[in-house]
Design a protein around this ligand. Sequence first.
Ligand SMILES: Nc1ncnc2c1ncn2[C@@H]1O[C@H](COP(=O)(O)OP(=O)(O)OP(=O)(O)O)[C@@H](O)[C@H]1O
Ligand SMILES: [Mg+2]
Length: 271
Amino acid sequence: MIHVRGLAKEYADLKRGKFAALAGISFDAFPGEIYGLLGPNGAGKTTALRIISTVLRPTAGTATVNGFDVLTQASQVRHQIGFMSANTGVYDRMTAWEMVEFFGKLYGLSDELLRTRMEDLFTRLKMNDIRDQLGAKMSTGMKQKVSIARALVHNPPILIFDEATSGLDVLVARALLNTVAELRDQGKCVVFSTHIMREAEKLCNRLAIMYRGLILAEGTLEELRDKHRENDLEELFFRLISDHERARAEAGNAADDAAAAVQDIQASVKS
Ligand SMILES: Nc1ncnc2c1ncn2[C@@H]1O[C@H](COP(=O)(O)OP(=O)(O)OP(=O)(O)O)[C@@H](O)[C@H]1O
Ligand SMILES: [Mg+2]
């Protein structure tokens, strides 16, 4: 399972200066559930998932994966996780079989175990017809299958899907979502990020609605609907975001007022 506490990531950017891509988020994800991160572009989903999979270091906060700390036990964490995103690399000059085998070997699987796993995966994901296909000649859907096989080859207890269906047609996307649901049913802990309401609604057992590096709301779909008295997830999503923007604008106005008051006081002291 995954425990995230106060996770923050600050970037320094020429245009924006210092800004928080993640502003302190906390959540837990458990075996046998799909935990969704739902948020618009730039909300911080990928940043959070990359920290959890040890690709990126946080500025503050902690995350543990099956008891291992992402900062101090990165190598153990990587063995617990299978990571898949829309742009997980598929190499042009390797075949489907070679790529999955390559990653299995990186994880240190024995030849025999690796072969059994791969036979099983290629059958389950219906990849036997593309065994010898080179990456360069694969369609997007074929590449996605290779990416899934690559994420599953070491049979990790935790799977992370970052916008995994982006660029897929409805048929391939549906097949991928079915695979994700099967993994959950096998008892895996799945974290799934998306900006597509329908995917989140259909698939996720619990959801975090993310915006500007924060979790604005969290819970099961029922809990969110009850708490915010709104049945339509899309409406709920827009409402949370516009409330947040309004609060930000008010805080901004309050800060402007305070600055103006300070200037007034300084001016009156001088005169
Ligand atoms: N290396 C970086 N340097 C500076 N800013 C970055 C960097 N990586 C991400 N960001 C910024 O951090 C914020 C969060 O980005 P992130 O990729 O986590 O969002 P996301 O929720 O995954 O969005 P999307 O739905 O577009 O994938 C954005 O404002 C982005 O511009
Ligand atoms: Mg992203």
